[in-house]
Design a binder for this molecule. Structure first.
Ligand SMILES: *Cc1c(COP(=O)(O)O)cnc(C)c1O
Length: 228
């Protein structure tokens, strides 16, 4: 017995359940990535998930990420998913792959500016506040299209999709709304938006998110146990 065996078991179960939901609701060639959400979890524990096939990591907090990143298995790829302050983009821009939580033009401009300095293009997701909750960040669904057109003026970012954390109580209804928004906006073929990925679904509701077209499910608790 190893102290992290439970993570291996959880990883196996989640991979199985994602496969089941996919078989039930989606096409065989649809891509659905499982992300391990690492907040409060020690790097040794995170690496058990990576070794067991969950190689995409999601980071919420800049400071915590900076203290852990050197210890992560090198085969992992890291996305930033938490609320990001404009003045902190500089700390993560070189090592994260994609940023899922873009909800203001100011933030997008800073990601664009720093990407330009590095002669690269950064993939970002637009976070949508689909339930219009005061407590959550994200763009209002009614402003999403205009927001995406504004982002298309920034050459060093590429809009790769939409991200959302719907209200817990009626997540199915909101996943469905997200899917509608996603399909509508994809059809617009906006300039610098290319690969369209839908990032939604967490521990308690990922099979339902898969039903409504999710391509990235972000799993914390079901993988690592409840957070202290
Ligand atoms: C914490 C977090 C998750 C994972 O939540 P669980 O319910 O623990 O699976 C997913 N997405 C974001 C943005 C998070 O902050």
């Amino acid at each position: 017995m190893n102290e992290f065996d439970y993570i291996r078991e959880n990883a196996e179960r989640i991979i199985y359940e994602v496969g089941e939901a996919k078989a039930k609701y989606r096409k065989a060639d649809d891509k659905i990535d499982i992300m391990a959400v690492t907040k409060t979890v020690l790097p040794e524990a995170v690496n058990v998930a990576v070794e067991n096939g969950i190689t995409l990591l999601g980071e919420n907090r800049v400071q915590e990420y900076l203290s852990k990143r050197d210890f992560y298995d090198k085969s992992a790829s890291v996305d930033f998913i938490g609320h990001l302050q404009t003045n902190k983009v500089k700390y993560i821009i070189d090592t994260v792959n994609r940023i899922h939580s873009v909800d203001s033009i100011k933030l997008a401009k800073e990601i664009n500016r720093l990407s330009e300095l590095r002669e690269k293009t950064t993939d970002i997701f637009v976070e949508v506040n689909i339930g219009r909750e005061e407590s959550k960040s994200g763009v209002d669904p009614d402003n999403l299209l205009d927001f995406c057109y504004e982002l298309s003026e920034l050459p060093n970012i590429r809009v790769s999709g939409l991200m959302s954390i719907p209200p817990k109580e009626c997540s199915e209804k909101f996943f469905c709304k997200m899917q509608e928004l996603f399909i509508d906006i994809k059809a617009k073929n906006i300039d610098n938006s290319s690969v369209w990925v839908l990032s939604m679904g967490m521990s308690s509701d990922f099979p339902v998110a898969i039903k409504y077209g999710s391509n990235v499910v972000r799993i914390g608790t079901a993988l690592f146990g409840s957070r202290k």
